[in-house]
Write a protein that binds this ligand. Structure first.
Ligand code: NAP
Length: 465
């Protein structure tokens, strides 16, 4: 355990801090994973005293912590929290922050950038005025840059200041229990590992469906869209884990090396195959959302059909589907095995990531009784249905903060992964818009644009409902 560590959270009055970071730190504190003298410094512009901020934090922690909230535990946690008022875009203000750290003898740092990406570079510049900040670690939220050029410039700036192995680019989906489980399910079960290839699998479907719209984040979302907000980071990470070769060890660098090979092997999308590769949609009512351009063509839905060009996955489609304001909330990975004959339903292994966590396997049986009819049944393991697993399973942010403290980098995104996926996403968007392909409108609370049904001709999400 690091001694006397200081977590400084830029964006400490934001949604992410209140809903995720403070509850995660509370859980870590209660379960003894913070050092006795570790401190949390909250940076915000508002005029709060420590006690004002702690009182606000109490409401959020009591509502969102995984471990039971008690006044006693919270008092112990709150005593570590200090509020420091500053405008982080004001370069001069960092002199004051530097003095504050020195007065309180806070020298070992983890900086958390829980702010919009346009501020990442500004904060790094400001930290150049803080003694010893360059020796600290930094956790940086997604999206890493708003496009490839911005991501590249940001990366150069970050790496010029922080040591590259102290930069933790967080993709909190990689902290989710069932994403972590993909490699165990796949590699420790010969019934799956032996069949994990295009020879035995018909297609793989990765879905991230949301029932909510853009809510209060219209301004950010409108400049981003589904491809940049979900596919470039979370869903490409999951795809690369599902498709990678088995690393010699599941340590950071070996796993990254296998993941990046997958991303680099994605079949390039060009004008001639764009219509078979991408379909975009926008929910009706999006243009009336707050801070959204009334003429916006930003996609709130994306369906992709991609191919990984290597021996294992030759000509087998990977479907990715994500969108907002859909009929239900669901994130899962479905492995659809080849059928024994065309009229018989496939075996499907479904790894459910959220909101339910579990594993489901569909297979065929004879309908009981005096009949030869074939019907499908499913074996299921719903991990999150059991209280014991729910309470004992750290939340994604808790895991990621813990990993950063321990210097464990396996589940953070590396620059080459980010760069490769940005290149792919920027290209596919460019080709789509250049061909003047439509952004199809869809009715909220449906499965998305009806045009996607044909595009996703193998895709049948109803199998598991
Ligand atoms: P947010 O609610 O808008 O919070 C942004 C924070 O930045 C606020 O505390 C705001 O302070 C502060 N801030 C802005 N300008 C400032 C300045 N000049 N000086 C000091 N503080 C300033 O955003 P968020 O939802 O927490 O998201 C933060 C980051 O996390 C974004 O990169 C987002 O993409 C990422 N993220 C968020 C979530 C989530 O669940 N929210 C999930 C994944 C990733 P004021 O209160 O004074 O405005």
């Amino acid at each position: 355990m690091n001694q006397n560590l200081t977590f400084t959270i830029f964006g400490g009055t934001g949604d992410l801090t209140f809903r995720k970071l403070l509850p995660a730190l509370y859980n870590m504190c209660v379960s003894g994973r913070l050092g006795a003298d570790d401190r949390i410094v909250i940076i915000g512009r508002r005029s709060y005293s420590d006690d004002d901020y702690r009182a606000i934090a109490r409401d959020w922690v009591s509502k969102f912590s995984r471990l039971p909230y008690t006044e006693e535990d919270f008092a112990g946690f709150a005593s570590r929290i200090h509020y420091y008022q500053m405008d982080f875009s004001d370069k001069e203000a960092y002199e004051g922050l530097n003095r504050y750290y020195q007065e309180h003898q806070l020298y070992s740092h983890i900086f958390y950038f829980a702010v919009a990406p346009r501020f990442f570079g500004i904060i790094v510049e400001g930290l150049t005025g803080v003694d010893g900040a360059e020796n600290g670690k930094v956790i940086i939220e997604k999206p890493f840059g708003e496009n490839l050029a911005a991501a590249d410039a940001l990366n150069q700036k970050m790496e010029a200041f922080f040591s590259p192995d102290h930069i933790y680019r967080i993709d909190h989906y990689l902290g989710k229990e069932m994403v972590r489980n993909i490699q165990t399910i796949r590699f420790t079960n010969p019934i799956f590992s032996n069949l994990w290839s295009a020879e035995h699998i018909e297609c793989i479907q990765i879905s991230a469906l949301e029932d909510v719209g853009v809510e209060t984040r219209g301004g950010y979302y409108d400049s981003s869209g589904a491809l940049k907000d979900m596919v470039q980071n979370h869903l490409f990470q999951i795809l690369s884990i599902v498709a990678m070769e088995q690393p010699e060890q599941f340590s950071g660098s070996e796993m990254h090396a296998e993941q990046i090979k997958v991303l680099r092997s994605l079949r390039p999308v060009k004008a001639k195959n764009i219509k078979d590769s991408l379909l975009l949609g926008q929910y009706e009512g999006y243009l009336e959302e707050k801070n959204v351009d009334p003429n916006s063509t930003t996609e709130t839905y994306a369906a992709l059909r991609l191919f990984v060009e290597n021996k294992r996955w030759k000509n087998m489609p990977f479907y990715i589907r994500t969108g907002k304001k859909l009929g239900h909330r669901e994130m899962d990975v479905a492995i659809v095995f080849r059928r024994s004959s065309p009229e018989i339903a496939p075996n499907i292994l479904n790894i459910k990531i959220q909101p339910t966590e579990g594993v489901y396997l569909q297979f065929n049986i004879k309908n009981p009784g005096d009949t030869d009819e074939i019907v499908q049944t499913k074996m299921d393991f719903c991990q999150s249905c059991l209280d014991i697993f729910r309470i004992n399973t750290p939340e994604a942010y808790e895991r990621m903060l813990d990993a950063c403290m321990q210097g464990e980098r396996s589940w953070f995104s590396q620059w080459d992964q980010i760069e490769t996926s940005w290149k792919f996403i920027e290209n596919i968007r460019k080709v789509y818009y250049k061909q003047n392909l439509p952004v199809y409108p869809y009715t909220p609370e449906t499965n998305g644009p009806t045009e996607a049904d044909e595009f996703l001709n193998h895709y049948n999400h109803e199998w598991f409902e």
